[in-house]
Design a protein around this ligand. Structure first.
Ligand code: IMP
Length: 189
């Protein structure tokens, strides 16, 4: 199947493929195997920070078959367009108790690091997690504003603004099946 933007609603945006569907699939399997190896024999709660991580999370949890895991979700807001506001707001909290448990916090992308840093502290202090590990599909270390690095990382990327595979630009492109970059000279409107 052709995943490129030819003859799709994405075409007018001048999207360029940055990481292919196949490359993502292979890396997600490796991340799942690494998590299984580290947590083997223990239980973990995998927590997705919505919305951006929803596709990654769905693929990751289905690639984990050797662990007893439970799943939960929270949501945060910090972005307007392509710029972080620097203030992280939790707009949906966990439904399950993670008190005394191992949590694997799953994020689409680690950019300034403000969201992940805030959530890790929040899970320890407000939810009394025993241990919080972090798993991100994408990491932009050059953009970091706090000292944090993920326990599990899919791909390190440069500081391009990327979309697709759950990631959005103003709520668009989440359904793109690969990671793409928008051509700034294309004008969809
Ligand atoms: P941070 O707090 O700056 O690390 O940003 C984390 C959140 O910003 C992510 O969960 C994304 O939702 C969003 N974000 C950061 N960079 C990008 C990008 O390149 N494309 C889409 N969303 C992004």
């Amino acid at each position: 199947m052709d995943n490129k933007s030819t003859n799709t609603a994405f075409e007018p945006h001048g999207l360029k493929e940055y990481i292919s569907t196949d490359a993502i699939r292979g890396r997600v399997a490796e991340l799942a195997a690494a998590i299984e190896k580290d947590i083997l024999g223990r239980e973990a709660v995998l927590v997705a920070n919505l919305k951006g991580s929803f596709v990654f999370f769905a693929d990751l949890v289905r690639a984990i078959s050797r662990l007893d895991i439970t799943l939960d979700f929270l949501s945060t807001e910090s972005y307007r367009g392509t710029e972080s506001t620097g203030v992280v707001r939790i707009t949906r909290d966990l439904g399950l108790s993670v008190s005394g448990r191992t949590v694997i916090l799953v994020e689409d992308i680690l950019d300034t690091g403000l969201t992940m840093d805030h959530l890790v502290h929040y899970l320890y202090s407000n939810h009394q997690a025993h241990e919080v590990r972090t798993c991100v599909l994408l990491d932009k270390p050059s953009r970091r504003r706090v000292n944090i690095s993920p326990d599990y990382r899919g791909f390190e990327i440069d500081n391009s603004f990327v979309v697709g595979y759950g990631l959005d630009y103003n709520e668009q492109f989440r359904n793109l099946p690969y990671i793409g970059v928008i051509n700034p000279s294309a004008n969809p409107e």
